[in-house]
Design a protein around this ligand. Sequence first.
Ligand code: PCA
Length: 208
Amino acid sequence: MKILLTGFEPFGDLEVNPSQAILERITDGHTLCNLHEINTVILPVRFDSAGARIKKTIQEFKPDAILSLGLSDGSDSITLERKAKNLKQDVDVLNTKNINGPKLILLGRPISYKSTLPLERIYRSLMDRNIPVTMSDDAGKYICNYVFYLACHQIKLLKNSGKAGFIHVPLMSEQILESTSDVPSLPLSLMVNAIESCIEIIITSFRL
Ligand code: PCA
């Protein structure tokens, strides 16, 4: 099975994006990577280049499933995104000033796409293992929602059985400074375990 995993480069004043750190650990030796064809892409946090890269990768690699990860700064749980909106808002991340009002991502396309990943099963599995997990209907209007929407759109064009979805992760405890220790975070190893089990559940969902 072909699985595309995507994460993001650091942005704003972040030195590490946990989505990238998690995926580097997974591709660094998990047995999943020997059993399946896994392609990991770390996307820039820019609408134009991230959009072009995700589209090209899906067209060339033709994945069966896409799992995209991104950081949700301030969150304290693994957040399973249920819905990608056809909306994007350019934001200057350094000044957090809106440059433009929201715009459609793709003209004449659905107002939203639903995640086609087995989110209920993933949710139950993480809950059973006491990993903080929530479901969300709002992936924002920034690059994460944009990549999520484009991935859902491209996989639909590619194959009917294809699945795509997005998971937001919190900051890693390892990157929290003592002076900001009240900022929510989760340990990297716990997030790596959580995402590995998400991938396993996605793979088995094709056999059901
Ligand atoms: N999080 C941002 C963009 C990149 C990332 O990791 C977002 O939630 O849109």
